[in-house]
Design a protein around this ligand. Structure first.
Ligand code: RB5
Length: 145
């Protein structure tokens, strides 16, 4: 299950991605916002991040105007490795090397077509483990200090 959410500035992109997820038959849970609802981006990030950190969803996607605010906020939740990606290379690498569990994008930054390619890369790519596992464990250590 995939968690997806946005603030008002990411709403249109969220709906675009949801249509794609439906077409691809990817299971998801929509954590809002609803159309016309103004929402603070830290709250949008918190809802998606907690769904992933708590185990309700394996991965998440969270969107705002730039993607920056939601990525900063999501990374404050223990166990979250949120990656801000506006290109497919980064979307692949954040999975292969960083085992990112939340993808962040900005609706005011990325076009709708590219955004779907980024989502596809994020969902299709696995973590490589090996030497990268040790480095991800070092991030966990930082978090536990
Ligand atoms: C909302 O205007 C905007 O500040 C927000 O969506 C995001 O870009 C923050 O990082």
């Amino acid at each position: 299950m995939l968690a997806i959410g946005s603030d008002h500035a990411g709403y249109a992109l969220k709906q675009h991605i949801i249509a794609y997820l439906r077409a691809q038959e990817v299971g998801f849970q929509d954590y809002g916002v609803s159309q016309g609802e103004a929402a603070d981006y830290p709250l949008a990030a918190q809802k998606v991040a907690q769904a992933v950190a708590g185990g309700a969803c394996a991965r998440g996607i969270v969107l705002c105007g730039t993607g920056i605010g939601v990525s900063i906020a999501a990374n404050k939740v223990r166990g979250i490795r949120a990656a801000l990606c506006h290109d497919t290379f980064s979307a692949r690498m954040c999975r292969q090397h960083n085992d990112a569990n939340v993808l962040c994008m900005g609706e005011r930054v990325v076009g709708a077509g590219l955004a779907l390619d980024i989502v596809a890369a994020f969902l299709a790519t696995g973590f490589e483990g090996g030497r990268h596992q040790r480095r991800v464990a070092m991030i966990d250590d930082l978090e536990n200090r």
